[in-house]
Write a protein that binds this ligand. Sequence first.
Ligand SMILES: Nc1ncnc2c1ncn2[C@@H]1O[C@H](COP(=O)(O)OP(=O)(O)OP(=O)(O)O)[C@@H](O)[C@H]1O
Ligand SMILES: [Mg+2]
Length: 257
Amino acid sequence: MTLDTASLNELNVIDTKEQYQPVTIRLENVAKTYGSGETEVKALSNVCLNITQGEYCSIMGASGSGKSTAMNIIGCLDRPTSGAYYLESEDVSQLSDSQLASIRNQKLGFVFQQFHLLPQMTALENVMLPMIYAGVSANERKERAIVALTRVGLSNRLHNKPNQLSGGQQQRVAIARAIVNQPVLLLADEPTGALDSKTTQEVLNIFGELNEGGITVVMVTHEPDVARRTGRIIWFKDGEVIYSHLSPDELSSVMYH
Ligand SMILES: Nc1ncnc2c1ncn2[C@@H]1O[C@H](COP(=O)(O)OP(=O)(O)OP(=O)(O)O)[C@@H](O)[C@H]1O
Ligand SMILES: [Mg+2]
């Protein structure tokens, strides 16, 4: 007879305080090399990293330390040169381009420093876009885009084009676009890099709310105050993870060494 988690809990075999958290991201000995011969660059080596469902993490480290390379692999925009990457227990490191595209569309949301909105489209149309690839009907696309834009506080800017919006509002449209397909994982590469401090706080408040709603959030940042808003800081140096679980309080001692 095999016992499931619930039965083991009833038998008090499992300490209920240590609830099992499914792993969303598991990188096993991931390496990434660009180019070859004289121009070879080892952007990542030996990266092992687990991120569990519902975590809110930031990735820090000097320029060139491999943060974006790691995010591109985690975001299924690129494949490791060697090693394995499990996303929700599925090894995605060997999948084809079209399989990766489908995983990105179904499971992942992206936010970048430069918002990457389509300039000729309204906020509403920009947010509706990912659902076209997901095969959602036109009516439902519109409804869900309005819900997502309302969630980021932009219900009064549905029909504005990006150049009629402030930087913070454009980033909020990008966040709405990232969450509209209900991703399991939200990835953000320096999402506040182009924003002033007040707008940065607004964007971080939204990330915090989304995380409380259950989305796993991973964010690259150069700003310690931004990283401190997350629960866990991962520190990269020369293509390796040298600290995988820094707390906000431990950050200062690492930064000034
Ligand atoms: N497409 C590429 N071709 C060749 N080398 C690359 C490529 N992308 C990144 N690199 C190199 O890989 C290393 C890691 O780059 P990466 O962009 O991951 O750094 P980063 O930590 O994101 O830096 P930053 O903080 O400046 O954004 C760097 O040495 C970089 O020059
Ligand atoms: Mg980068």
